[in-house]
Write a protein that binds this ligand. Structure first.
Ligand code: PEP
Length: 252
């Protein structure tokens, strides 16, 4: 049995004060929904205050990125142990990082290894662009992101990761994939290549989330699919009632 998870990616939104206010509103709404793992990923600047606000609650906290080096002259970067002081999770390889900041499967791989080394749970994002989708390249792109992104992870490490399938064309566009289409990509292009590295049993045990324009009104369509274990949520994670609706759909 894979426990459902709903994780919120705040992206570059919320100041410290706004983040704390959102948590004060959200905690009473979702704290009792223990059948779902609930996680928020604020920007680095709000991570400390949000993690303090979450103390004593059941809600986990994560960063949206990290750097793979331990410390040193890397201006602007944040080391894995700095994130591990404040949270349990880290989003790695989000398509916005790949598109705007030159991240590749190789950097995703380094970051994933570094996160695991420091006890963080990586939420590794994969997904094809519209052009790749229309060009029939979804399988090659997504399975390549899995095979290359997870290269060199031991079976024990690979068992700890969470994968988020986020078709790039569905992120922030309001154009979500259909439940069955997302499920097919996850079953065939994520779990299968994972199984080729770590075996079928391990592939059935890892959690895979769907992300891309998930909201309260469409969440059940995804959560009803056999291979989808929850959601990575962008826009709808910025308002407590919207995020709560998704968490409740995952619990249903
Ligand atoms: C995301 O940022 O990971 C995401 C899925 O965004 P949205 O829910 O806004 O499409």
């Amino acid at each position: 049995m894979r426990k459902p998870m709903v994780a919120g990616n705040w992206k570059m939104n919320k100041t410290v004060a706004e983040g704390v206010k959102l948590m004060e509103e959200l905690i009473p709404m979702i704290n009792g929904i223990s059948s779902v793992d609930r996680v928020v990923c604020p920007p680095f600047t709000a991570l400390y205050c949000v993690s303090e606000t979450l103390k004593g609650s059941e809600i986990g906290c994560g960063a949206q990125d990290l750097f793979w080096e331990e410390k040193g002259a890397y201006t602007g970067e944040v080391a894995p142990n700095m994130v591990a002081e404040l949270g349990q999770y880290v989003i790695i390889g989000h398509s916005e990082r790949r598109t705007y900041f030159g991240e590749t499967n190789e950097t995703v791989n380094k970051k994933t290894l570094a996160a695991l080394k420091h006890g963080l749970t990586p939420i590794v994002c994969v997904g094809e662009t519209l052009e790749e989708n229309q060009g029939g390249k979804t399988e090659a792109v997504v399975s390549g992101q899995i095979l290359e992104g997870l290269k060199g992870l031991s079976a024990e490490e690979a068992a700890k990761i969470i994968v988020a399938y986020e078709p790039v064309w569905a992120i922030g566009t309001g154009l979500a994939a259909t439940g069955p289409d997302a499920n097919k990509v996850i079953a065939d292009y994520i779990r299968k290549p994972y199984a080729s590295m770590y075996g079928e049993e391990a592939a059935q045990a890892i959690r895979v989330l769907y992300g891309g324009s998930v909201k309260g009104s469409n969440a059940a369509e995804f959560f009803g699919q056999p291979d989808i274990d929850g959601a990575l949520v962008g826009g709808a994670s910025l308002k407590a009632p919207d995020f709560t609706e998704i968490v409740k759909a995952a619990a249903a």
